[in-house]
Design a protein around this ligand. Structure first.
Ligand code: ACM
Length: 761
């Protein structure tokens, strides 16, 4: 081998490697991951000479969609033709009569052509969404890009969805989102091959759909004058002075439906009854059992106002659902059915009489009666009813599809009864939950559903029979908007969790791999989202700090969900930088320390996250504690774990919780110990405000019988109390904190008392 052959050999080897890696990267670019994909060498170059052709009138709208999508960044006005004019550089969209499944598509890219075939226009449309992701991320720009090469790697794809129902929900009642935003939302769904958009149009905080027969629904029900500013369950909530108002005209709804249809997405309207109807009842209070004035709710949560199961109410609903059924071409109408408080029914002489007449012995049976009546109204319109899993209570209506949100149990029960099920368990795919525990997360409703958690959600429980599993037709992510006021915030909550759910719904189960998704596809997607000007959360890269008790010290660990992410930390509360300590292994803390960590997310080239945790080794760390009234299950160890809760967002898991009682506890320090101070935390963490106890008392003892008062405080100020006293030798400490049990909110007449730590010094 001479020098030139060697260099030729080396360069061709390098090229092969480069190609291999570029193909590998291209392979990683399509999310959700296709079922079969094979790359080969070479590429197709999109240019102004490219022609888009179709073979059937039904394929034409998809061809036109593609031409329109490509136009802004490329500036190309590509011809869309019935028959191919040229032999070279053509994209063909062919509807074929073959054994392909309903939404299946095949896509083959060679140097000369891109051939797309499917049995339905929907299949062609999903192929176009894949092609979009094969193009450079710059294709997402809606402005002309200079000098970009529009290359598509040579590839063959054969792809089809795993589930037939791939849904996303949007709540426009709690906060109103205009038509422009709803269209963008639909575009996001299309890109990720979702095919259902559930539009949550009505709730206690606003009625958002014009109904011709009942104009007051929007004249009165579409506006609330103010909104709770903090969390709705905060101690002493405050209200803003900003009205929230808005609804869609029927013309606008038709416009959105047409937009979604062009993107092969079915729009399912949700008109939520019989609870979550404060806005409806504000407009037509005569439809309640009490017939008193009702207001459009300025707070969130669950409210007592409920529709009365009377004939005039069913007549009203018949008219409403008839207009809705005529407006929406979807096969489905969602009737809600969730979170019904039955108190007003039980207080109503009419309902008592109804229960006697129909032999209904429980309030759940009244709910079932109501839902069945409404189901038959909707079914008479030729539609299929969907309801949240509460519609199972007291007996489910025949033919209803059950949407399981309070976990998966409702869905499992419904499948066992032979009903179709859409899974939407809040623990996994409610995108209004936090994405990490870091301090810089915006306020969310509660709960945590990390990207990894979403990715790992599996809709078909393995213990169900194959027939029952078949009844689980898909899953749906939810975006409830109590605390989401702006499009930017909505983007943050949806992305990138939407892509993780897309992969669950579309890709083959056996192909799912968190490591492959997070290492290969996610970075590419984040780049694409950036080009789309989407405010995607980087939370999956955030560090998590945890600690365990090691004798009198605490061992601190840090981790991220995405392998290879570097963590930098400080122990003095200052903000870490790339020159701070790099986390390698657990560290030991022996005095009060504020640990703070950031991650370096390499694919993003960015430091992200602000994980903080205040750790306080103290004399009672891990010591034996006994309670006069036990705290909520699993929470007893929280008082002496050395962790204060205030530098993360609120999570119930940080506290010992006393639902109906006071805290009265005895801590055994093992031996007589000099103590001079007790710190009690009832701080809420960021974005919440918990109610403080009304008084705190501390006693000491050496025999657990004779108690000496050491300190007490009345009406302690939040969010933490420090009780100091003359240094005293004691073995036992008794601590009491009185639960005020006063609630501002009728829904929770007794607020729980949350205590995060009893630190003894
Ligand atoms: C729901 O989250 N109340 C369905």
């Amino acid at each position: 081998m001479n020098d030139s052959t060697l260099s030729y050999y080396l360069s061709s080897t390098l090229m092969a490697f480069a190609l291999f890696f570029s193909c590998q990267q291209a392979y990683a670019e399509i999310t959700p991951k296709p079922h079969h994909i094979a790359f080969s060498e070479g590429q197709f170059e999109l240019s102004q000479a490219t022609e888009i052709s179709f073979n059937h009138p039904d394929a034409k709208p998809v061809a036109e969609y593609l031409a329109e999508f490509l136009r802004p960044p490329t500036g190309y006005l590509l011809p869309v033709t019935k028959q191919t004019r040229s032999k070279g550089n053509v994209i063909t969209l062919h509807l074929v009569d073959s054994a392909l499944a309903e939404e299946q598509y095949q896509l083959a890219v060679s140097a000369q052509s891109i051939k797309i075939s499917a049995r339905t226009p929907t299949g062609l449309f999903w192929a176009v969404q894949s092609l979009r992701q094969l193009l450079p991320a710059e294709i997402e720009s809606r402005m002309p890009i200079n000098q970009a090469s529009w290359a598509v790697p040579q590839v063959t794809i054969n792809d089809k969805p795993r589930f037939k129902y791939r849904g996303m929900h949007l709540d426009v009642s709690r906060h109103f989102f205009d038509v422009e935003f709803v269209k963008r939302y639909i575009d996001w769904l299309a890109m990720h091959k979702f095919n259902v958009f559930q539009w949550h149009l009505t709730d206690d905080q606003g009625w958002r759909i014009a109904i011709d027969a009942y104009p007051k629904l929007t004249e009165i029900g579409a506006t609330r004058p103010h909104t709770v500013m903090g969390h709705t369950y905060d101690y002493q909530p405050l209200f803003d002075q900003q009205p929230v108002s808005g609804f869609y005209t029927q013309a606008q709804i038709k416009e959105v439906i047409a937009y979604a249809q062009a993107r092969h997405i079915e729009v399912i309207p949700e008109i939520d009854i019989p609870g979550h109807t404060s806005a409806l009842l504000a407009a037509y209070p005569e439809l309640s059992c009490h017939q008193q004035p009702v207001k459009v709710q300025p707070q969130f949560g669950i409210f007592e106002d409920v529709l009365c199961p009377r004939e005039d109410v069913f007549a009203f609903l018949r008219t409403v659902y008839k207009e809705v059924a005529e407006l929406f071409p979807s096969q489905y109408i969602h009737i809600g059915g969730d979170e019904v408080i039955k108190k007003q029914w039980l207080a109503s002489p009419f309902v008592k009489q109804l229960m006697r007449e129909h032999q209904l012995s429980t309030p759940e049976q009244v709910q079932s009666y109501f839902i069945k009546r409404v189901a038959s109204i909707v079914q008479a319109q030729g539609k299929t009813v969907i309801g949240w899993d509460e519609i199972l209570e007291g007996g489910v209506a025949e033919g209803a599809v059950v949407m399981s949100w309070r976990g998966t149990q409702g869905g499992i029960a419904a499948a066992k009864l032979g009903h179709q099920v859409v899974m939407s368990p809040y623990q996994y795919i409610y995108f209004d939950a936090y994405q990490s525990r870091n301090l810089d997360e915006p306020k969310a409703i509660h709960g945590l559903s990390t990207l990894k958690n979403v990715y790992h959600y599996e809709p078909q429980p393995s213990h169900l029979s194959p027939e029952q599993q078949e009844l689980i037709i898909g899953a749906q992510g939810a975006l409830w908007t109590e605390y989401i006021k702006t499009p930017r915030h909505a983007e943050y909550m949806v992305f990138p969790r939407l892509s993780a759910l897309a992969e669950t719904l579309w890709s083959a189960k056996a192909d799912k791999s968190w490591s492959e998704y997070s290492q290969q596809r996610l970075p590419k997607l984040m780049q694409r989202y950036q080009k789309m000007h989407i405010n995607a959360a980087t939370s999956a890269y955030n560090p998590t700090i945890s600690s365990t008790i090691k004798g009198e010290q605490l061992q601190v660990s840090m981790r991220t969900d995405i392998e290879g992410t570097e963590i930098y930390y400080t122990l003095d509360g200052s903000e870490p930088t790339l020159t701070s300590l790099r986390y390698q292994q657990p560290i030991i803390i022996s005095e009060r320390t504020r640990v703070r960590a950031l991650s370096f997310a390499k694919p993003l080239g960015q430091l992200v996250g602000d994980a903080q945790l205040t750790l306080a080794p103290h004399l009672a760390l891990g010591k034996k504690i006994s309670f006069s009234y036990p705290p909520a299950e699993g929470s007893a160890t929280k008082l002496q774990d050395g962790q204060f809760a205030y530098d993360q967002f609120y999570s119930v898991n940080d506290y010992a919780i006393f639902y109906d009682s006071d805290l009265e506890a005895v801590i055994d320090l093992d031996s007589s110990t000099l103590v001079e101070r007790v710190e009690i935390g009832y701080n809420s963490g960021r974005h919440r405000q918990l109610h403080p106890p009304t008084s705190i008392k501390i006693w000491g003892s050496n025999d657990n019988k004779n108690w000496q008062p050491l300190a007490h405080i009345q009406q302690p100020p939040g969010p933490m109390s420090i009780l100091s006293f003359a240094a005293t030798r004691v073995r036992y400490l008794k601590v009491s904190a009185i639960n005020s049990k006063q609630s501002q909110d009728i829904q929770i007449p007794k607020l729980p008392l949350y205590i995060d730590e009893i630190a003894v010094y």
